[in-house]
Design a protein around this ligand. Structure first.
Ligand code: TRH
Length: 392
């Protein structure tokens, strides 16, 4: 339960005391966060993490989502301060409109450009107008810093005369930052890797000499090459394959390679069940190399401080090519790791480069350094709270 201080009847959040907070004292706010699950798990994954992060800082969140089913495994425990609601239908919105006690939050977030229901927009102008924020996708491209914090005046619809603000997460101080909850470093400091691995229910216990690689991806064309390379490598590898598309892709690739589903040679494949977000973090902290995808797991891989390979969400117009390139450049990724990224994402047309232990050591040093650099920046929730306080 977050600690709150009350001064002159105003609840104050502990984020007021977090270094890097833009304002010295920030009032505890109420937030309405709207999320539509387009595909995969990132939309809900980001919104849930943001909701919990805000609640940890003493704020109160209503998370409105059109499909909350993935929370059953992603967040099996509820979190005090976060209420999950079904995306409001017409009947619910009518009931809110007739209920004088229904109050829209101090801040309304439409995540990733999901449009707010018109009837909810009407409720937003019934009393004090909330700060209306469109939380955008994460990118390292130059337009992010240019567009972060821009106002979009609302001219028509049920809430004319109001303003929608564009909020862009990012990797530099002139962007909205990255989600990084205040207790993350403490959690990492007390994480017992050996005990966690021992408790993992696997088809075969992990041996001390196995290198550990986690796999969370879509269907990369280079997957078969990865499996083949690992099976022929000099060092034994345990590939911990996450549930869903990655697991199905590995089954298909092993079949195409005529390889047993559990791997062969130096490679042993273990399929994992769906993990909670907390356990997913532990997986990334425990492995020597992490293959991640999308948006949220990329950020978590950065905080894990371990080498990682990012499978970027593929877009039909190939916009992900520029996005990947910008990310590699912005974070000054070692060339050998960029080569792996290009092949893994099908950009280079080249074969997946095999890496050596000395490559891995270079990637390790870079990952640790990158984490350290990013940790010096204001995190997304702190900055968002400051932004909302400033626009109220
Ligand atoms: O699932 P994703 O590919 O989501 C994507 C991206 O967000 C992409 O940018 C967006 O356009 C698209 O969705 C619609 O990858 P991402 O973002 O890493 O989200 C996965 C979430 O699932 C993350 O919060 C971690 C969580 N997860 C678990 O908690 N446990 C698990 O076992 C697994 C496999 C994932």
């Amino acid at each position: 339960m977050p600690v709150l201080w009350t001064i002159c009847g105003v609840k104050l959040s502990p984020s007021a005391l977090i270094p890097g907070t833009p304002t010295l004292i920030t009032p505890a706010l109420t937030w309405d966060i709207f999320c539509r699950v387009i595909d995969n798990h990132g939309d809900l994954g980001v919104c849930w993490r943001l909701s919990v992060d805000l609640a940890q800082r003493g704020h109160t969140v209503r998370l409105w989502v059109d499909d909350a089913s993935a929370l059953a495994w992603m967040a099996p425990q509820s979190y005090t301060g976060v209420e999950v609601h079904t995306w409001p239908n017409d009947a619910a919105l009518q009931a809110f409109a007739q209920d004088p006690a229904f109050a829209v939050g101090d801040v309304v977030i439409e995540a990733f450009g999901c449009e707010l229901p018109e009837a909810f927009q009407a409720l937003m102008v019934r009393g004090t107008v909330p700060v209306w924020i469109n939380l955008e996708y994460l990118s390292a491209e130059a337009y992010v810093a240019r567009s972060h914090g821009l106002a979009s005046p609302v001219m028509s619809g049920p809430a004319p005369g109001t303003t929608k603000w564009f909020y862009f997460p990012g990797f530099t101080p002139d962007t909205g930052g990255l989600l990084r909850e205040p207790n993350l470093q403490d959690r990492q400091a007390t994480f017992d890797r050996a005990a966690w691995l021992k408790a993992l229910a696997l088809d075969k216990p992990i041996a001390a000499h196995e290198q550990l690689i986690s796999l969370f991806c879509y269907e990369p064309a280079a997957l078969s090459q990865l499996l083949k390379q690992l099976s022929q490598a000099s060092q034994p590898t345990r590939l911990l394959v996450t549930q869903g598309r990655p697991s199905a892709a590995v089954v298909a690739a092993t079949q195409a390679l005529n390889m047993p589903n559990s791997g062969k040679g130096q490679l042993h494949v273990s399929h994992l069940p769906y993990l909670s977000q907390t356990e997913f973090d532990h997986l990334l902290w425990a492995c020597d190399l992490n293959f991640v995808r999308g948006e949220d797991s990329l950020v978590r891989a950065l905080w894990a401080g371990q080498p990682f390979v990012w499978h970027i969400y593929p877009q039909d117009d190939l916009a992900h090519h520029d996005k990947l390139h910008a990310f590699c450049q912005a974070l000054q990724m070692p060339q050998s790791l960029q080569d792996v990224h290009n092949a893994w994402n099908g950009l280079s047309g080249a074969k997946l480069p095999a890496w050596t232990p000395s490559d891995l050591a270079v990637w390790q040093a870079w990952s640790a350094q990158t984490r350290q650099l990013l940790q010096t920046q204001t995190d997304l929730s702190t900055a968002l709270i400051g932004f909302a306080a400033q626009k109220r």
